[in-house]
Write a protein that binds this ligand. Structure first.
Ligand code: G6P
Length: 606
């Protein structure tokens, strides 16, 4: 997703910006650019479509090693196609202002028409170019009053950082509904849309709030204004390691992160579960369990939404609390009355997904209780939550989410157990499940050891273009997640269905070229899933069975086996299997598995 960055300090700005752009490469982008105020008084701007290395080569070619102030941007196209023209920073018509922007200016057509009427036309098709030109028409030498006027004219979401050719000793900008922080290091000050990108570089940071306008002149000289009033925002300590970009023994981050899942499980348990006493010791979960809850509503996007669907199963079965799961993009515009006795659970790996964040603001504004299940500490959703739990999966670099999902479903399972224990769940059942959960790291490790067997099947089916993923009950969201992983990285078409729903229309697609992956754990629905397999076979469709070690393989063309476990824990092994299946097929196809086309790691626009 788009990222913005500014640096003002003692180091060469282009080095700092390129270093940052590289760190955020994993987030997904299609082009990148930077503007640096050179010692000569000019501003050098370099933009490239494609990878950061191409931008670096272009920067090296012009010898851009001077200049201590600059801005940079990675772009993920929203308005306007992928081109250097549309890439940031944008330069105002008079050449004075350079702007890097995240978000979407929603009244761009109206603003663009007004600028045209003044004889100012835009070369490209982005909202940011319109914004840059608008700023140039209204700006004075005082950036605070100029930004106040400017932000009163633009509508939408934005994090903005400007560089002014005539005052190259300062950076200034504004924030509304898009993340932006100021980071402080000994040698300078940074503006960044990703707080984590500053870890290991800065020792302190300030999180800007919606409506903030800022001017930065040095690490100790900066001004923040909100609603016309100067604000002092607390500097917070920035601990944490520099984002790990080491692959170690792995060829790709996706594979590395798939293999980190046993550790994620340990992390989620740490300090929260006492296995000796069969107790969930988390104060957050204890407090949640004591609440009088009429219903739970889970709101999330993408892989986090699928985790929510697994969570619904856990919560309803273990605690008896009815649970809805709504895709963030739909919740905001659906008819939902907010109730004070409901708990609204927001699941997000990044904690910055705009669709989810906006729902959270809406729920809170109407008096709802917001509980965050978030991976990134200090992210916007984490900060806004009334209470919440971190999923402790660590930095996830692969765009296709893997280990974050495991952290999410385990957190939701703990939540369901805590709620159930305080309600009607028999203690023996609660203690038994906790006992089995303790084996999860080992169970997942045993699943990982089957990677080669999964690769063999993935290779066999790599040339097929269409896939069904089928499952029922707890396995349906797993089928959805399996299909999503395959789509994201192989670009093959994959659809998930309830095994029994297929016959109501979509069965028409089945033929010898349309393989089906059916998730069929041992349990009450096992025989019914076998009937679905027969229906597909009768139409010549190949079927890959995802079955346990003890299940009969005779019915299937191929099988992918997982180690036996209790039904509630099947998602933890199936997801690893499905991730490996998508990974291996992608590698066979030669796609960039860590940076799939068109996708972004964290979608910070609605
Ligand atoms: C993007 C990513 C997905 C992710 C979704 C939700 O679309 O590409 O992998 O599942 O956002 O992200 P979140 O950070 O809110 O979990």
């Amino acid at each position: 997703m788009c990222g913005i960055y500014g640096y003002l300090g003692e180091y060469p700005a282009s080095d700092e910006i390129l270093r940052w752009l590289r760190r955020l490469e994993y987030r997904g982008y299609d082009s990148a650019g930077l503007s640096v105020a050179r010692d000569s008084g000019d501003i050098a701007t370099v933009k490239r479509v494609g990878r950061i290395q191409e931008l670096k080569n272009a920067v090296d070619a012009i010898g851009l090693s001077d200049g201590r102030v600059g801005i940079g941007h990675t772009r993920w196209a929203t308005h306007g196609g992928v081109s250097e023209q549309n890439c940031h920073p944008h330069i105002s018509y008079d050449g004075r202002y350079h702007l890097a922007h995240n978000g979407i200016i929603e009244n761009m057509s109206e603003l663009s028409a007004k600028l045209s009427a003044q004889g100012i036309s835009c070369q490209g098709s982005t909202d940011t170019e319109v914004a840059t030109n608008l700023y140039a028409t209204i700006a004075s030498d005082d950036p605070i009053s100029s930004l106040r006027l400017f932000t009163s004219k633009i509508e939408g979401a934005y994090a903005l950082v400007f560089l002014d050719r005539d005052h190259p000793d300062r950076l200034f900008g504004a924030k509304k509904w898009s993340p932006l922080v100021l980071g402080f290091a000994e040698h300078g000050v940074y503006c960044s849309s990703d707080r984590r990108s500053l870890e290991g570089i800065c020792d302190e940071y300030v999180s800007l709030e919606d409506g903030d306008i800022f001017v930065v002149r040095s690490r100790d000289d900066y001004t923040i204004v909100n609603g016309g009033v100067q604000i002092v925002r607390d500097r917070e300590e920035l601990s944490g390691e520099e984002i790990a970009t080491e692959l170690g023994e792995f060829s790709h981050f996706m594979m590395k992160e798939i293999h980190e899942q046993p550790q994620v499980v340990e992390n989620v348990f740490a300090g929260r579960v006492n296995f000796e006493t069969a107790e969930i010791a988390s104060p957050t979960l204890k407090a949640l369990a004591k609440r009088d809850i009429s219903r739970i509503v889970i709101i999330a996007s993408g892989t986090s939404y699928h985790a929510g669907l697994v969570g619904k199963h856990y919560i309803e079965h273990l605690s008896g609390i009815e649970t809805d799961v709504v895709v963030s993009a739909e919740f905001k515009y659906s008819w939902h009355r907010i109730h004070a006795d409901r708990v609204y659970v927001f699941i997000s790996q990044s904690g910055e997904t705009a669709d989810t964040l906006e729902c959270m603001k809406l729920v809170k504004a109407k008096g709802g209780y917001a509980f965050g299940v978030v991976n990134v500490p200090g992210s916007s959703i984490a900060r806004l939550s009334d209470a919440g739990l971190y999923t402790h999966a660590g930095v996830e670099i692969g765009v296709a989410s893997t280990k974050a999902f495991t952290g999410q479903i385990l957190t939701l399972l703990l939540m369901a157990l805590a709620l159930g224990n305080a309600r009607t769940l028999p203690h023996a059942e609660y203690a038994y499940l906790l006992f089995e959960m303790r084996k999860l790291p080992d169970l997942i490790a045993r699943m990982l050891a089957r990677s080669d067997a999964i690769r063999t099947v993935a290779e066999k089916y790599a040339s097929y273009q269409n896939f069904f993923f089928l499952g029922r009950a707890l396995e349906l969201p797993m089928a959805q997640e399996g299909a999503l992983k395959l789509k994201e990285t192989t670009y093959h078409h994959a659809e998930a269905y309830s095994s029994w729903e297929l016959k109501h229309g979509s069965l028409a697609l089945i033929d010898a070229n349309f393989p089906t992956i059916i998730l069929n754990a041992d349990g009450p629905l096992h025989a019914k899933n076998q009937s679905s397999t027969q229906e597909i076979h009768a139409r010549s469709g190949p079927v890959i069975g995802v079955i346990s070690d003890r299940a009969d393989a005779a019915l299937y063309d191929d099988v992918l086996r997982f180690p036996e476990t209790v039904y509630e824990l099947v998602p933890f092994v199936q997801v690893v299997l499905l991730q490996l299946f998508a990974y291996h097929m992608t590698v066979v196809l030669g796609n960039d598995v860590d940076k799939p086309r068109n996708l972004a790691k964290s979608v910070t626009v609605e």
